[in-house]
Every structure is written in C-alpha cells, then in structure tokens.
Design a protein around this ligand. Structure first.
Ligand SMILES: [Cu+2]
Length: 262
C-alpha cells in the first residue's frame, strides 16, 4: 500500500499543536492544584454541625483526587488519540505483556483506594466516636413506615415526650444550638436511614438494633431531613425538618411537651 507522508507545512503546525495540547492538559490540573486552598464546599457548607468539620475536608479531598485522576486519564486518552493515530499500514508494536506497565496499573489504583479508605476510616471513627463527656441532651429517633418518631427523654416518660409524624404531617426535630446531642436510632419495622444532608450525617435505623450518633448543630435554622434507605411505598414522603433553636427555645419546647401531659 502506498505511504502518504504528511505535507511539509503541516509539520510546524503539528509541533505547535503539541505545545498547545500540553498546555491544555496541564491547565485544568494546575487549576485544581492551585485552587485547593479555597476549594468550595461542593454542595456543603462549613461549620453547620460538628460533623461538617470532619466530613467536609474528606468530601473535598475525594473530589480533588478524582479530578486529578480524571484529568490525567483524559490527557493520556487524548495524547494517544492525537499523537498515535494510524500513520501507515505498518502493524504497530505490540506491548500486551509489558510486565512493569501491568504491575503499575494494578498497584496505582490499589494505592488510590487504600488512601481513600484510610482517610474515610479515620474520619468515620471520629464521627461515630461517642464521648461520655459533653453530651447535654438525648433524643431518640425511631423510623416507622413512613415517618419519624422523636422522643425527648427530658420531657419525661409519658407519651407526650414523643412526637409522631405522618407522610402528610412532617414532624419537626428540635435541636439546641451549640449543645452536643446523643441520638439513639431505632426502627419499628424495616430498615430506615436518618439523614440530615446539610449536617453531612446519616446513620441507619435498624429493627432490633440500637445505633447511636452524637453531634452538635452550630447554626440556627431549618434543615430538611430525609430517610435514605428505600423502605417501601411512601419512602419518598419520609421527610422531617431539623430545627436548630437556641438552648432557651429548646428548653421552652421541652417544657411545652411536659405541659401537654394529659
Ligand atoms: Cu424509610
């Protein structure tokens, strides 16, 4: 088969485009690296709860890692696609049994997964760590098909200490600002997931199992809460509002529950 060399004027043009391509590949990488110091919350806010402080750097770090790997991989694909196109009918050099390359692409993903795992395990144990000191309030969160029951033991042992929501009447979970709360998570029927996205917390409510989670909500306001385990027909309606109030307002709420005792 005839071989058609590139026309001469194309050579300098290709050299220039190589330079341009290198710059184009490096630019996003540099952008990611240089923006580390002021990287956004990527959908989450800093300081809303004691958990955000631990989870946010993990969340950002995972995205930065994914960004670097993604840019590097895209660069390799483009490099192969642009500079190693078929030039003639010669059968290309085969390298399918190149042991160092095969070892490298087995070990590199393993290292990436090991690093992500190590940071995740470290932060998860920090988040689920139950300190016997500093807990000022207890609240029990029970999952039911398809809503939530919030029990405030400070309001006594009567039924008035429990608020039961319905899919139509979403319950409100009162949380005192700046005071550590120990949540006890249970379920009356099937698996549910107690989830307040803004606080970067989620933990499962499992029948027959009692889970605990402690955190401090730091900023006043209403935050949407949801169930994040598919638990049946009206799973999507299993919503609640996490309302962070001042400690005085929280005490007023507890008092109102006590007063409602019949
Ligand atoms: Cu559920």
């Amino acid at each position: 088969m005839p071989h058609y060399p590139l026309p001469m004027p194309l050579e300098p043009c290709l050299r220039r485009s190589r330079k341009g391509l290198k710059l184009a590949l490096l630019a996003p990488l540099l952008l990611v690296l240089t923006s580390c110091a002021k990287v956004s919350g990527l959908g989450y806010k800093e300081g809303l709860s004691s958990v955000n402080d631990t989870s946010l750097p993990l969340w950002q770090g995972a995205w930065i890692t994914a960004g670097i790997v993604g840019v590097f991989t895209a660069g390799l694909i483009l490099w192969a696609a642009i500079f190693h196109r078929k030039k003639n009918d010669e059968f290309p050099k085969q390298s399918q049994y190149h042991i160092p390359i095969e070892v490298a692409y087995t070990i590199i993903p393993f290292i990436i997964v090991a690093v992500l795992f190590a940071y995740t395990a470290r932060d998860e144990s920090r988040i689920t760590n139950k300190s016997s000191v500093g807990v000022m309030h207890d609240i029990t969160v029970n999952g039911i098909q398809w809503s939530w029951q919030f029990t405030y033991p400070e309001a006594g042992t009567g039924s008035n200490a429990t608020i039961t929501g319905t899919p139509q009447q979403r319950p409100i979970l009162y949380i005192p600002q700046g005071e550590r709360v120990r949540f006890t998570l249970t379920s009356s029927d099937v698996d549910h997931g107690f989830w307040i996205p803004a606080f970067m917390i989620q933990m499962q409510n499992l029948p027959g199992v009692t889970n605990h989670l402690e955190f401090t909500a730091n900023k006043l306001g209403d935050y949407p809460g949801r169930c994040n385990i598919l638990c049946g027909r009206d799973h999507s309606l299993m919503q609640f509002t996490a309302r962070v109030v001042t400690p005085a307002q929280y005490q007023d709420y507890i008092n109102s529950l006590k007063a409602s005792q019949s």
